[in-house]
Design a protein around this ligand. Structure first.
Ligand code: NAI
Ligand code: MG
Length: 336
């Protein structure tokens, strides 16, 4: 991936936000993997953000000057409240907003461990993270035929342009250098028309046929750039092509900050048992480092993870193995 955030500092300060559930198990594993890179990352330091009794200390984290002082961060997972809490908004959403992390970048790569995986998939979904239908402007009125619900879909030139720029920068660092814009401008000619015009990719595809082709021949894609809703759906669908949630990494990225985040949630069903797969988090750490321009250390991490998966000897139960989180981490560390 190209450097979207320039490496301007010699010191790398990494914020760690394990939050709750298996976040507390997998984020320390990712930290250990980064530490094992040694002098590949000059003068690294960590700051851990936790506060007992609260899932994610929203006020302290998202407005924290300490987090802003970090160069990047790794976020675990946070459980949603079981009952409806008035005024609750997910802290990860608040974090993305406050740090202006306008892109969600999710690579999807097959690593021949799982027989159900599609082979030779190597694509990256670049999803716009701040607008589209997710601006949550919904109304309910009562009309002639009963209740009528409406949602506003916001697409701006600025947000579309900057997500397009990031997609191109990422593509330039890859062999195929192909960007496909995903849209539906044949129907939504104003909103998706603006998105398409602002991004202007090398290739474009209507979202429904893109999903069809994604399932039939995912190998044709390199970098897919999409507005928020399509990007959300495509990134989950693409991840399903290559195995366990425990393997899929992401970063939330802006111009000044990048936050690695495994795609999975807090997994309350297995939390506290020491069997969570740490590989998605280690890969998220690699992706974060790559985004900051540390390509070689990121390659080392990815290579170690790929080897562990390919060898298939030390795997957590989600991949059909019997190993613990700590054993998988050790297997990765041994290869670094
Ligand atoms: P989930 O991703 O936590 O779990 C889904 C299934 O995958 C579970 O069976 C779990 O055991 C398994 N799984 C997930 N990650 C794994 C790993 N690293 N190793 C092994 N197995 C793994 O999704 P779910 O159950 O829908 O949500 C649980 C909680 O997490 C909810 O409160 C949800 O709101 C929250 N969540 C938070 C996210 C975030 O913080 N970004 C994202 C998704 C869900
Ligand atoms: Mg999703």
């Amino acid at each position: 991936m190209a450097t979207a955030v320039p490496v301007s500092r010699q010191k790398l300060k990494i914020g760690l936000i394990p939050a709750d559930g298996i976040g507390k198990e997998v984020i320390p594993a990712a930290r250990a993997a980064i530490e094992a890179l040694g002098s590949d990352i000059p003068s690294q330091s960590f700051e851990v953000f936790t506060r007992s009794g609260e899932a994610l200390p929203e006020d302290t984290v998202s407005t924290s000057p300490a987090l802003r002082e970090c160069d990047c961060a790794l976020f675990g997972a946070v459980s949603s409240p079981v009952r409806k809490v008035t005024g609750y908004s997910s802290p990860i959403v608040a974090l993305r907003k406050q740090l202006d992390l306008y892109a969600n970048v999710r690579p999807v790569i097959s690593v021949a461990a799982n027989p159900e995986d599609k082979p030779n998939v190597d694509l990256i979904v670049v999803r716009e993270n701040t607008e589209c239908l997710y601006v949550k402007q919904e109304t309910m009125t009562v009309g002639e035929h009963g209740r009528e619900a409406r949602a506003t879909r916001l697409i701006t030139e600025r947000a579309s342009h900057r997500i397009g720029k990031m997609a191109f920068e990422i593509a330039l660092g890859r062999p195929r250098k192909l960007v496909t814009i995903i849209h539906k401008s044949n129907v939504l000619s104003v909103t998706d028309g603006l998105f398409r015009d602002a991004v202007r990719g090398i290739e474009e595809q209507i979202v429904d046929s893109a999903v069809y082709r994604l399932f039939r021949e995912p190998q044709i894609y390199d970098v897919m750039v999409a507005p928020n809703l399509y990007g959300d759906i495509i990134s989950d669908a693409a991840a399903a092509l290559v195995g366990s949630l425990g393997l899929v990494p992401s970063v939330n990225a802006g111009d000044n900050f990048v936050m690695g985040e495994p795609v999975h949630g807090s997994a309350p069903d297995i939390a506290g048992r020491g069997i969570a797969n740490p590989l998605a988090s280690i890969r998220s750490a690699a992706l974060m480092l790559r985004h900051l321009g540390y390509a070689a250390p990121a390659d080392r991490l990815d290579k170690a993870v790929d080897e562990v998966i390919r060898e298939g000897q030390v795997l957590t139960p989600d991949l059909g193995g019997k190993s613990k989180t700590s054993e998988v981490l050790d297997a990765v560390l041994k290869r670094l």
